[in-house]
Design a protein around this ligand. Sequence first.
Ligand SMILES: Cc1cc2nc3c(=O)[nH]c(=O)nc-3n(C[C@H](O)[C@H](O)[C@H](O)COP(=O)(O)OP(=O)(O)OC[C@H]3O[C@@H](n4cnc5c(N)ncnc54)[C@H](O)[C@@H]3O)c2cc1C
Length: 380
Amino acid sequence: MKPLQQSSIAVIGVGTMGSQVLHRLAADGVRATGFEQFDVGHQRGAAGGETRIFRVAYKEGGGYVPLLREARAAWLELGAQTGVELLEPCGALTIGSAEDPDVRTVVDVTREWGLDVEQLDHREAARRFPQHRLFGDDLVLLDRQGGLLHPQRAVAETALLAEKAGARIHPSTTVVDVVDRGTGVAVHYRQGDEIQVAEYDQAVVCTGPWITRSVPAIARDVQIRRAVLCWFEAGPNWVPERFPVGIRRSGGENVYSFFPDVGGGVKINLHVEKSVVDDPDALDPVVAQEYVARVSAAVSRGLTGLPPKPAAVRTFMEGYTADNHGIIGRDPQRPNVLVMGGFSGHGFKLAPVFARAAVDLLGTGRTDVPIDRLSLSRLH
Ligand SMILES: Cc1cc2nc3c(=O)[nH]c(=O)nc-3n(C[C@H](O)[C@H](O)[C@H](O)COP(=O)(O)OP(=O)(O)OC[C@H]3O[C@@H](n4cnc5c(N)ncnc54)[C@H](O)[C@@H]3O)c2cc1C
């Protein structure tokens, strides 16, 4: 394997993962070129929708805690480098039934890893977070290392940092094929009406909801699903310092993530079965009234003081694997291509540390980032 510093790397998709990989490569002095089909920081990929949760007391399991600790430090560092706040450390709430398996995992992970999580009794929770209407057996857990991420801002600022460190980025440029030639890759891309070809030593393909199209070898392992987000008009009581981001798991349809008002209102993501997206270029923006009514009902049961109907309803998409862990590994059909995809609704917060793993793999084929659960072989 050629030393990374003497290599050229193409990064296909300058979104969540792509911007981080480019930044890391460029900071290490590697010749890196990014290709993005839209503008950098756009809303149409998996990073769309204004805000993301960052939490360390992880319902997906304690194995992620070391990665989350590293990611938290990385986001704060990136914020310092860019001069733009990317992670607001407002804490993250988990509110839900003590019987709920995910809530139990949060409790177990907190205990096992000695995390900075405060458990509030109902009186204290009502005093500090009166926006939530609590149910009888709800636990209220405040992850003090949690917070709110600004995804589009984070993608755009990280990409800018990568460019300042020497990376080249081609916006409005769609990659139509990456051919492995044995000694390197040929990237075929469309700019305007013309198809051009450029050669690199290796490529990273991280095309988010388009990943099954870009990497046929994982087409059966990743399903692209539609997420519906609803914004409710809110007042000054709903800003991050007073209404931290979080997850509600109080049984039935009282299961959703909630996000403070950062300009567009309070955002609610109801956790119900998501529809499958067959063509990511033709995401259906139409949401049935019955669905909106279900979101409104959950909001009026669980929150106090929001209007009954959302002011905005929008659709987004993300790739999911069968076990809800992402994929980072070599394309079995193209050894010079590293694949990152299928991050299953929780990949944003981990992007800086996944990027470090990717850059290690490009350089030496190994990484000390514990990403075994993201190996492609586990799915085959
Ligand atoms: C509604 C929603 C809520 C979520 N909430 C959270 C959360 O609270 N916390 C959290 O950690 N995670 C969350 N996630 C998950 C997280 O946002 C995703 O896992 C992450 O953004 C995936 O990053 P990505 O790089 O794979 O995809 P993207 O960020 O979409 O990047 C892929 C990029 O590739 C580009 N591209 C695609 N095809 C081509 C091509 N052929 N040529 C050139 N460019 C191409 C796309 O335009 C895009 O910019 C959420 C996801 C969604 C959809």
